[in-house]
Design a protein around this ligand. Sequence first.
Ligand code: HEM
Length: 161
Amino acid sequence: MKITLALLLAGSVIVLMAWTTPLAASSKSVQEEEKHEESEHEHGEDHEMLEKQMKILKKATRRLKKKFRKKSTQAADVLKDIKRCQGALFLAKDIYPGELKGKKNASNRVVYSSIMIDCLVASLKAEKSALAGDLKQTAIAFKTMLAAQKKGHDKFRDEDD
Ligand code: HEM
């Protein structure tokens, strides 16, 4: 009787193990998949957010270039677009999409934000000069912004973007 009971118990344990093991394995892989999809999604979102800020920068710098070429431009005329650049750069410095060029080197994260900050600081200098009515210094600071743009793009933007 005892032997029969023991055999029945052992059998149930084996059946239970055979049933739960694949379940556990499959639920783990679902979790892993979800995690993977989530991070892919986040990377995609980062990419879109960065693109959005870059487009704002593109429009504002295009207008600024035109204004700096025009003889009649006053310092106050460039303030609005300089501020637009600042807003975009302030957000962009913290957006670092996973798939950026050269991403494997973790220190690139620091380089990326540093170049963004250089660009932002230059835009603040441009604002300060514009407020003081000094269009010449404003234009110099704007050139520094464009130099930071070039540096950032050379390092982090793919040629086919
Ligand atoms: C005045 C400053 C800047 C301007 C006008 C500018 C403009 C642009 C434009 C027009 C694009 C293409 C966006 C699109 O795909 O539609 C772009 C992409 C990009 N820019 Fe800038 N940029 C500036 C500064 C910077 C800086 C300082 C960095 C890095 C430190 C940077 C990093 C990038 C990267 C990584 C991309 C590719 C984004 C992606 O793959 O989605 N940019 N930028």
